[in-house]
Every structure is written in structure tokens, then in C-alpha cells.
Design a protein around this ligand. Structure first.
Ligand code: DLL
Length: 431
């Protein structure tokens, strides 16, 4: 029990949350014109917040709020106190900018250290950090947490796969931190180089930053002979280290003494009941440089409270991210999450977990093409067998999602690999 706060009486946690909420609301009212306007607009003052439920009346903040206050309009402290800035790549508009004070970096280091510890990491571990270093929060967040835990960190950043494997071997790495798709890709490269990933020194993988599934977990765990855990976070809230699985691999614990979670119906804005799917919303309780009230993540999860039967922590658990309210594809009126198609593909033995969904529109009709790699062994088979496989995938997708897709089997290793977040969807429709 290294981090005692994770095991305290839930009533005490709520008292801490309320106290912190009132403080952050006041700081925002006093220092960020956007929030002062938002409070005044609904005739509420921060001191009117008397319970955690009172939050529900406050408006949501989202990426658009950050973009329209670009670059520093959401900062709640003078620039002199800002020690680090991160930003999104800005491929879909102006980048979103987030900032950290000294204390924010301390909190980030601690929640990341807690995350690594929760999956079994200790100060004896050698952590090979293959999340990208730079404006992306993955690299530095994991780095700070590794230092705080007292582990040894190897700051590889993403890419350079052969070098990753060489140093993993030479340095006897025990924990690999990278996106789940990169963990699979690295295992593939290892095999191609004649090196059996099962015989590596790795014991734990800590994967996140993009959606993945339990089926992908099995693939990673089998390929490397390790335990693979899900870690969640987003730059706007702090970066990686907002939530993480414990050894039970049964939901991700949210570090709710720093990040207050809500799950709401994205249409009505009302809280959904425990265990029901909805949009995850966070309020940062301790962030100083860029605190946010009710930040709409667009990530869809369900949440459970109560003591964890696996590890005894009282921190609420969210499910794996089931999709996003905004990457949901609507194809001929049917809601499709890429992760659902992924689950179908992963159950088909003859294919590899590399796929691309291409959506087009012909006349008024949406078309979905699923490109998927066939594994080496099967690809050399007769055309007849490949045709049968195509049909089987098509009918599986149809039976699970009630959607008719064109399936295109492609040669092994032809779908572009990514060293960071994998790109799984190309939507060519202009809607
Ligand atoms: O991806 C932070 C991070 C780095 C998390 C390393 C975990 C590990 P952003 O670039 O701001 O931050 O992207 C945040 O990525 O809203 C989710 O949609 C998605 N995401 C992050 N973690 C997971 C996960 C980092 N474990 C956005 N499963 C979030 C599914 C995830 N999606």
C-alpha cells in the first residue's frame, strides 16, 4: 500500500473532492475570463457550490473552448509560473494548448508513478519508454512518473524499431510503454529479425493513447509473454496517468483525488446510472496552470464505484474506452465504432491486427471498405480459399454490426504501420 489515498474511506475522498472543487472554481472565476463569463452567464458564484452534485448545472468545456482561446486564454496563472507547455498537433484546426506549473508537474509525476505501481512496476524496473517525446504528453508524462517511482527510465521515444529491440535486449528492459499497436508491430519486427519476443526480459506492457480491445491484449501478452495493461489520459486533463488498470485487468481506476469524473448522456447532458455507457467528463481538482471544469472528453465509457474486488482501491473504475462520440462512423444510418470491426477481425485467425476502414459515398449511398492483412501462412493459399475467407469476414461483420462491408484482403505488412497512434479510418465522404 504505497499510495494510501487510494484506499481511504470513500466519504473522506468526497470531502477532499468538494473542498478542491470549490478552490479550483474560485481560481478559475478570478483568473480566467472565459470561466468568469460562464459562471456569470448562469448566475452562479463559485461559493454557491455546496455539493459535488451542484456541478451538474455548470456548462461543459471542450476542445473548441480551448481553440477559441488560443494560445494562452485559458491559463489561470501568470506566464512566469508556467514551467512547461504541451499542445496537440493541430491537424484538425488550431492546436489545443495546455500548461503546467511546478506543482502540476509534481502531481503529474505522482499520478504516473501511481499508475506504473498499480500494474506492478517498482523501483527495480527498467522502463523503456517508447511514447513520443515532445509536445505529445505521452513521452514526458511516463518519463516523470518513472523517475518519481524511482525506476530506471530509458527515454527511447517512438520509432527506430530495430534500435528499440537491440537496447531492450542489451539493457534488459522489464517494462515497455508504448501504444498497443506499436507493441504488436515491435513483436512483428522482432520475429522478422529472428529474435523471439517471448524470450525477452520484458514482464509488463503499459499501453494506451489509442483505442484497443481485450483481443489485442491477448495478442500482445502472447507475443511477448508479458502482462499488458491499459493506461488512459488526455492532454487537457494532465496527459497519461488519469486512469489505469490494476492487476485485476477489470476496468481502469481514475485517480479521483485529482480528476473528478462524471459520465453523462451526451444528448441530454444528464448523468447516466452506474454501469451505463455515456460520455466521460472530467474536472481537474488540483491543476494550477490550465484547470478545466467539466471537460467533455468525447470518450465513451461506463463507470463503477465501490471498493475494487481485485486490489482494494476505492478509486472509481471506468471501462475501456468504447469509442468516441466523434469518431463514431454513421454508415447508412448505422452507428459503427472502428473498435467493433476490430473485435470481429481479431477473432479471425487468418488475419493480422492491421486494418484500415475506408468510407466513401457513391450517390447517396455510403460504402465501407475493410482492408485487412492476411497472415503470411494463409496468403500463399489458393485464390479459392482467399475468396472463402473474404466471404466469412463479410458475413461476420454483417452479423455483428448489421452492415454490409466490402472486404479487401491485402498482403502481409502492406498497411502503413504507425509508431504512435494508429490511423484506422479514412473517411472520404464530405459530410
Ligand atoms: O493520448 C495521453 C496518453 C499518452 C494516454 C500515453 C495514455 C498513454 P491525447 O493525445 O490528448 O493524450 O489524446 C487523448 O486519446 O481522449 C482518448 O480518445 C484517446 N486515448 C488515450 N488513452 C486511451 C486508452 C494521450 N487507453 C485521447 N484507450 C483520449 C483508448 C485512449 N483511447
Amino acid at each position: 500500500m504505497k499510495y494510501l489515498v487510494e484506499y481511504i474511506d470513500p466519504d473522506l475522498l468526497q470531502r477532499v473532492q468538494l473542498e478542491r472543487l470549490r478552490q479550483v472554481a474560485k481560481r478559475l472565476y478570478d483568473n480566467v475570463p472565459y470561466y468568469r463569463g460562464a459562471f456569470d452567464g448562469i448566475g452562479v458564484k463559485p461559493q454557491d457550490i455546496q455539493s459535488l452534485q451542484d456541478m451538474e448545472g455548470l456548462p461543459l468545456t471542450d476542445k473548441e473552448t480551448l481553440r477559441s482561446n488560443y494560445p494562452f486564454g485559458m491559463f489561470a496563472v501568470p506566464m512566469k509560473n508556467v514551467k512547461e507547455i504541451h499542445a496537440s498537433s493541430g491537424t484538425t484546426g488550431k492546436p489545443t494548448v495546455v500548461a503546467y506549473t511546478d506543482n502540476d508537474i509534481k502531481v503529474w509525476s505522482e499520478v504516473m508513478a501511481r499508475s506504473i505501481y498499480a500494474v506492478g512496476g517498482t523501483d527495480d524496473d527498467v522502463i523503456q519508454n517508447a511514447y513520443g517525446y515532445g509536445l505529445f504528453t505521452g513521452g514526458l508524462g511516463v518519463h516523470y512518473g518513472s523517475l518519481d517511482l524511482g525506476a530506471t527510465v530509458v527515454p527511447m521515444s517512438s520509432g527506430g524499431s530495430k534500435r528499440q529491440l537491440q537496447l531492450m535486449h542489451d539493457f534488459q528492459t522489464t517494462i515497455l510503454t508504448c501504444t498497443p499497436s506499436y507493441a504488436i508491430y515491435l513483436a512483428e519486427i522482432a520475429q522478422a529479425e529472428g529474435y523471439d519476443p517471448k524470450s525477452s526480459s520484458l514482464r509488463i506492457g503499459l499501453h494506451g493513447a489509442e483505442p484497443w480491445s481485450d483481443a489485442m491484449r491477448v495478442q500482445i501478452e502472447d507475443a511477448w509473454n508479458i502482462k499488458a495493461y491499459d493506461i488512459y489520459g488526455l492532454s487537457e486533463i494532465i496527459g497519461p496517468g488519469v486512469a489505469v488498470e490494476c492487476v485485476g485487468q477489470d476496468g481502469l481506476h481514475v485517480w479521483a483525488d485529482h480528476f473528478l469524473p462524471e459520465v453523462i448522456d451526451p444528448k441530454t447532458g444528464k448523468a447516466v446510472s452506474e454501469g451505463e455507457d455515456g460520455m466521460l467528463v472530467f474536472t481537474t481538482l488540483t491543476k494550477e496552470a490550465t484547470p478545466f471544469l467539466r471537460y467533455a472528453t468525447k470518450d465513451i465509457v461506463s463507470m463503477t464505484t465501490g471498493k475494487c474486488p481485485h486490489c482494494g482501491r476505492i478509486m472509481p473504475r471506468i471501462s475501456r474506452i468504447k469509442g468516441r462520440t466523434d469518431d463514431m462512423l454513421i454508415i447508412r444510418g448505422i452507428n459503427v465504432f472502428p473498435s467493433q470491426i476490430e473485435s470481429v477481425l481479431l477473432k479471425i485467425e487468418e488475419t493480422e491486427p492491421h486494418y484500415l476502414l475506408v468510407v466513401t459515398r457513391e450517390g447517396a449511398l455510403d460504402k465501407l471498405e475493410v482492408q485487412v492483412e492476411v497472415n503470411e501462412k494463409f496468403f500463399s493459399d489458393e485464390i479459392r480459399q482467399l475468396e472463402a475467407l473474404k466471404k466469412r469476414i463479410k458475413s461476420e461483420i454483417d452479423s455483428v454490426l448489421a452492415i454490409s462491408a466490402d472486404v479487401k484482403l491485402v498482403e502481409p505488412k502492406t498497411i502503413a504501420r504507425s509508431e504512435g497512434k494508429a490511423k484506422r479510418v479514412i473517411d472520404k465522404r464530405n459530410i
